[in-house]
Design a protein around this ligand. Structure first.
Ligand code: FES
Length: 105
């Protein structure tokens, strides 16, 4: 990874660049989770499987984090909104259009 290419996209899911990661580090972020909270890197569809290693490398290059101290990001399942109607019907009675939130007009 070129160290001076700050336009490099580190987190493809959330489109977070190396410059944004470096800004977060310079603003005081010291862990992967702090970077995640500050920039949204790692909150995308892959939940940091792709970008967490790169962010960890940047933290090490900046002298902030040792390799042994790097703890993985907390993974949270992606959420999607559920209507009260779907909850009232129960999981087995929800029609397809309601399960996908795509009502036909
Ligand atoms: S590449 Fe960062 S969350 Fe997917």
């Amino acid at each position: 990874m070129p160290s001076n290419d700050e336009t490099l996209v580190i987190c493809r899911c959330e489109e977070v660049t190396k410059a944004e990661i470096l800004d977060a580090i310079h603003d005081g972020c010291r862990t992967l989770d702090e970077i995640k909270r500050m920039t949204r890197a790692g909150m995308g569809l892959c939940q940091g499987r792709t970008c967490s290693h790169l962010i960890s490398q940047i933290l090490q290059q900046e002298g902030v984090l040792s390799e042994r101290a790097a703890t993985p990001m907390k993974v949270r399942f992606p959420l999607r909104p559920v209507t009260l109607e779907a909850i009232a019907l129960g999981a087995e009675n929800v029609p397809e259009w309601l399960a996908t939130n795509e009502r036909e007009e």
